[in-house]
Design a binder for this molecule. Structure first.
Ligand SMILES: [Zn+2]
Length: 196
């Protein structure tokens, strides 16, 4: 296992739809191991293959045990997803979200309350995941990545992006220390919005 470098916006690999995996080969399993290692190093809860510069339709989610906003204990969960698709969405809620590929920022947007996802596991077997709240959000976020969508595209206004550079360590930020950070990110996001 080795951690891979992340891709950051405006890298176009994050804007392209990924390609379905046809065979779960040893090379695919090696990529998955490296994605898991990368996500651990970066302290993420999810990672998509195009965030490590691969165009394959693979994502991984690992949510540590925690308590959701309704004080419900969520056990730790992890899922390797090959060729995942959302087959059902229920409800709408407003969430606060960030992304390893948009370091130093957070924003609020609408996500589903519950989703059902169909995917292949590491053995190539089809399975389903039913996720609620944080897990549903992570599933939608990662599958969005695989479809070339970044969370800022789903924000009502990118002007609402919150710069958290002052409150969180983001030493790998491509924008660190630049007073024009927010302005540049907005420009990038506006360009993206115009393309959609
Ligand atoms: Zn992300």
């Amino acid at each position: 296992m080795s951690a891979l470098p992340l891709t950051y916006i405006p890298n176009l690999i994050l804007r392209n739809r990924t390609s379905r995996v046809t065979t779960v080969s040893p090379a695919i399993n090696k990529l998955i191991d490296d994605m898991i290692e990368t996500m651990h190093v970066e302290n993420g809860v999810g990672i998509a293959a195009n965030q490590v510069d691969s165009n394959l339709r693979i994502a991984y989610i690992e949510i540590p045990e925690g308590i959701d906003e309704d004080d419900v204990v969520i056990p730790s969960l992890s899922y390797v997803m090959i060729n995942p698709t959302i087959i059902k969405r229920i409800g709408i809620r407003i969430v606060d979200e960030g992304c390893l590929s948009v370091p130093g920022f957070r924003g609020s947007l609408q996500r589903s309350v519950k989703v059902t996802v169909k995917a292949l596991d590491r053995e190539g077997k089809e399975y389903r995941i039913k996720g609620e709240n944080l897990l549903a959000q992570a599933l939608e976020h990662e599958i969005d990545h695989l479809n070339g969508v970044v969370y800022i595209d789903r924000m009502e206004s990118v002007a609402d992006l919150e710069n958290i550079l002052e409150t969180e360590e983001t030493d790998k930020s491509f924008m660190k220390g630049d007073p024009n950070n927010v302005w540049r990110l907005r420009k990038i996001a506006q360009k993206i919005e115009r393309r959609l």
